[in-house]
Design a protein around this ligand. Structure first.
Ligand SMILES: Cc1cc2nc3c(=O)[nH]c(=O)nc-3n(C[C@H](O)[C@H](O)[C@H](O)COP(=O)(O)OP(=O)(O)OC[C@H]3O[C@@H](n4cnc5c(N)ncnc54)[C@H](O)[C@@H]3O)c2cc1C
Length: 224
């Protein structure tokens, strides 16, 4: 009997890049035409070479928009993101179908993110969710608050930007974790969505648990 260690094949489709713009230092918003349905909050895989493993990215656009948008930052020593950032309109990339269980519903929730972890929440908002929700976003500099013009307009004082690297008017000075730590009487019947690095998600979850939020009300998406 033959055994194989080969991975099951992942179905990839090639698509053409529509736009790939640097919207903040080393942070890009890439788009391509949408030819599938997805649920707000889901991810898809992207690769430049169908023989290589795809990297995962949250979809940052709404479910009814004609283009899929992906918000990514360059990892200087990364395999995909440096060449991805040099693509121009018309370049070809390979994508998987969308998948994942990080999905919005209409229950009241806190949406808590750091860095490019804002992407799934922007998709949820653009898909009609979150009209009562609190949106908390952490970033190092005032330029790190991607989509903030639109989010400020939509969320008003339910949108909190935590800027760890500098003091700036209208921004909370400190990390998301410090901000969360400062909140009293968080509602225990709300859901708490977390999206960002493993470190950020783990720290935020610890804080929420210590404030009496039931474990099952915390939903996490980790960008590893
Ligand atoms: C569910 C999910 C959703 C995600 N969504 C997004 C998103 O919306 N936006 C976004 O920007 N990112 C997202 N990510 C992260 C993304 O998938 C990539 O990991 C990221 O873009 C880096 O890809 P890369 O190929 O450029 O870097 P990689 O080649 O994967 O390297 C990443 C880092 O790891 C280091 N590294 C690589 N291999 C090793 C090794 N063997 N040992 C030690 N260190 C190593 C590299 O030096 C580099 O610093 C998501 C991840 C997950 C899991």
């Amino acid at each position: 009997m033959n055994t194989t260690t080969k991975k099951p094949a992942v179905k990839l489709t090639d698509v053409e890049v529509l736009t790939n713009n640097e919207i903040a230092p080393s942070v890009f918003l890439l788009s391509f035409r949408r030819n599938f349905d997805f649920v707000a909050g889901q991810v898809l895989g992207i690769t430049l070479d169908p023989e290589e493993d795809a990297r995962l990215y949250s979809i940052a656009s709404g479910t009814a928009e004609p283009a899929i948008k992906i918000l990514y930052n360059i990892k200087p020593d990364g395999k995909l993101t440096p060449p991805l950032s040099s693509l121009v309109p018309g370049s070809k990339i390979w994508v998987t179908v969308p998948f994942g269980n990080f999905k919005a519903d209409n229950e009241p929730a806190y949406w808590i993110s750091a860095g490019t972890g804002i992407a799934p929440f922007f998709s949820m908002y653009r898909s009609g969710y979150g009209q009562q929700n609190i949106l908390i976003h952490g970033g190092r500099t005032p330029q790190s608050f991607f989509f903030s013009d639109e989010l400020s307009q939509a969320f008003g004082n339910r949108y909190v930007r935590c800027c760890s690297g500098s003091k700036s008017e209208g921004l909370y000075h400190g990390r998301v974790t410090t901000y969360l730590q400062s909140l009293d009487n968080l509602p225990t019947d709300h859901k708490y969505y977390l999206c960002g690095s493993a470190e950020m998600v783990v720290e935020c979850r610890e804080i929420l648990l210590s404030k009496g939020i039931p474990y099952n009300n915390i939903v996490a998406e980790i960008y590893f």
